[in-house]
Design a binder for this molecule. Structure first.
Ligand code: AHR
Length: 660
């Protein structure tokens, strides 16, 4: 979708200033050779949280829900079925073996010579299948009742019962063993089911049933959904913040994210309830769990794959303050700090160290080159500062090379915010993570927020932001153009102040169309498709055009933060030798500008201007109309040291001019 073939190519003639002088109302000056701030390579990143079925049911490509019968309700997602006058008995067992993490298995006992009896899985809001693609089913089974071998019949079906793919597992014997077969659907279908059947009088016991597309990201077996990872890679993010968000904190401490339980063999990772399961009463998802098939190793790998710095966030001994706010007493905080130390060893340690060895065993002997980590998510109050101090004193002594991200709480101002900032300045924190989910008008008003921030002291990580036209759980809330435009306007201020704000990420990242809890989100997907929002394209425009230095772009000798509805920032890219202008017009009307350039020159050329625009600010990209907003390329003829440029109404524009 991003490589749209039908680019609208528009040639805009640029006239000599003196010809049109009389019509000029706006003049913008760009000083090419005045470098202000280096743009940090990790400036524009992404924030991954397992919310809205982002991991299980989303980017983690497993298609079977509750694959090991380990949900609180062991049969959730499954049902017993009889086919063609078959009959039988289904039982759920517990092995009682305390050495096993998952002790549950089911017994499928078919009691008739005809027909079939077995289990059916509904997938995550259905199973998405693509015609002729290959799907690998793996299943742990035994027959446990005879010396003969038994067969299992596997089917993928549509909702009417039509079989779309079938295959058979033969020779199941009495010891537990893993079997694999390939299924190839005859059509593309978004809401299939999987049947596991025993025919004739016989019995099979099964433990784990798993189905993955063979074609995953980088073709890794049982890996990630390639279309979704590709969209993330296309942003060219500078970092990946993971695994959240409130999910780090847990509703209570027992439910917090514990990275050590998410590494090693997938089957050894203990499933827990996802904290977003029933968080919002009117958006309940009782079937939302974390299998940790996407665990910390996979997050590090994902970051590496897409050229981003890994930024893990760790629990700091506090559960979510919107829920229980449960605290670990200070004298018992040590294991939490040890988790942080061990994580550094897992990411960077030698392969002879305990955790470095695990990383190597998992397939990555080379270090992941971890440079930073977050201590807590959006905590607040003195309880946070007390805990951070203990983390910091040990981490800074043992690992001064690791930058620590601290919290400014859930809002962009107010008492909590001011208290935290004051304390964190005193503690000489590296980064303070600010979060703002605010109306579009707030973003416009705050485009100059960081122009007056102190230039010394902690740097800012704008770790979660999004313009919300409506509340985040309102089903009619949309990633509309108004919200994306406001974010783009605000982001010109982030870029201009990249000496202070050194990392930024929109939040949340992913949302399943039929299983979301929080809205808006950067990328929407269903079982087969993904729809990038206008907000996604804004992120992509900024990140893929960041440049290496900011330079002045001025109107009336001032930075451009909304006067005449225009917002602007400018950088140069010293590697590609480009001048990059980001121009946002949040008014309905097109506005003509005269740009004058000093301190550098360029040849006459046809420059590319990437444009996102729509006169209708309520427009959004939907599954039925996914391209209401997408990036068009306009060709701009540039001659001399000035140009006349019309900035369309409700538009975001990135103009790249080759410098000499
Ligand atoms: O992004 C959704 C949630 O918003 C995050 O989990 C949390 O940090 C914030 O409150």
């Amino acid at each position: 979708m991003l490589k749209k073939t039908s680019f609208h190519i528009v040639f805009i003639s640029l006239m000599l200033i003196n010809i049109v002088q009389a019509q000029i109302v706006n003049e913008i000056k760009v000083i090419i050779n005045k470098r202000i701030n280096p743009v940090p390579p990790s400036m524009w990143g992404i924030f991954f949280e397992d919310i809205n079925f982002a991991a299980d049911g989303g980017i983690y490509a497993e298609l079977i829900k509750n694959r090991s019968f380990s949900f609180n309700d062991p049969m959730m997602g499954w049902k017993w079925i009889k086919m063609k006058n078959g009959d039988g008995e289904g039982r759920l067992y517990n092995s009682g073996d305390i050495s096993q993490l998952n002790k549950r298995f089911v017994r499928i006992q078919s009691t008739k010579d005809k027909g079939a009896f077995g289990l059916s899985n509904e997938g995550f809001r259905g199973i998405g299948l693509k015609k002729d693609a290959e799907y690998r089913l793996s299943l742990t089974a035994r027959n446990n009742n005879s010396n003969n071998s038994t067969n299992l019949f596997i089917e993928l079906l549509d909702t009417t019962g039509l079989v779309l793919a079938e295959n058979m597992i033969t020779g199941i014997t009495k010891d537990w063993k893993q079997y694999e077969i390939i299924l190839k659907p005859s059509i593309t279908y978004a809401h299939a089911r999987l049947n596991v059947l025993v025919k004739s009088k016989d019995a099979v016991e099964i433990q784990t049933v798993s189905l993955f597309p063979v074609d995953t990201w980088k073709k890794r077996k049982n890996g990630l959904r390639s279309d979704l990872v590709q969209l993330l890679a296309d942003i060219k993010p500078g970092f990946v913040r993971f695994p959240g968000g409130c999910i780090v904190e847990g509703r209570e401490l027992a439910n917090r994210y514990q990275w050590k339980k998410t590494v090693g063999e997938t089957a050894e990772r203990e499933l827990i309830i996802n904290r977003w399961n029933t968080e919002f009463k009117h958006r309940p998802a009782p079937d939302y769990f974390q299998s940790f098939g996407l665990g910390f190793y996979e997050y590090f790998l994902l970051a590496e794959d897409i050229g981003a710095e890994p930024l893990p966030i760790l629990n700091c001994g506090m559960a979510c303050q919107y829920n229980t706010g449960e605290l670990i007493s200070l004298e018992h905080l040590e294991p939490y700090i040890q988790d942080a130390l061990d994580l550094i060893e897992f990411a960077n340690g030698s392969t002879s160290s305990k955790w470095g060895k695990l990383r190597a065993t998992m397939g990555h002997p080379k270090p992941f080159n971890l440079k930073m980590m977050g201590i807590g998510n959006e905590q607040w109050g003195s309880q946070y500062i007390e805990r951070f101090k203990l983390f910091s004193s040990i981490l800074k002594t043992k690992h001064p090379e690791i930058k620590l991200i601290t919290s400014a709480g859930p809002g962009p101002d107010g008492e909590r915010f001011t208290y935290l900032w004051d304390e964190l300045v005193k503690l000489n924190a590296d980064f303070v993570d600010e979060h703002y989910y605010q109306p579009p008008a707030w973003f416009l008003k705050n485009a100059g927020r960081y122009d007056s921030y102190p230039r010394s002291g902690p740097k800012v990580f704008a770790g979660e932001y999004a313009a919300h036209s409506k509340g985040n759980t309102d089903p009619t809330s949309r990633n509309n153009w108004e919200s994306a435009l406001a974010e783009a306007a605000f982001m010109t201020g982030l870029e201009r102040n990249c000496d202070v704000v050194q990392m930024c990420s929109y939040a949340p990242l992913l949302a399943h169309k039929d299983a979301w809890q929080w809205n808006p989100d950067l990328i929407w997907f269903d079982n087969l498709r993904a729809v990038p929002t206008p907000n996604y394209f804004v992120q992509k425009l900024f990140s893929s055009n960041k440049g290496t230095y900011t330079i002045p772009i001025l109107k009336d000798n001032s930075v451009i933060t909304g006067k005449d509805s225009i917002y602007a920032s400018a950088t140069i890219d010293e590697i590609t030798k480009d001048l990059i202008l980001k121009l946002v017009n949040v008014s309905q009307r097109a506005i003509q500008h005269k740009f004058s350039f000093t301190g550098g020159s360029f040849k006459s050329q046809i420059a590319d201007m990437e444009v996102l625009k729509n006169a209708d600010v309520t427009a959004f990209n939907s599954f039925s109309n996914p391209e209401s907003l997408y990036i068009e390329i306009q060709k701009i003829k540039v001659t001399g040291r000035s140009l006349m440029l019309t900035i369309d109404g409700n538009s975001v524009n990135v103009l790249r001019i080759k410098l000499q």
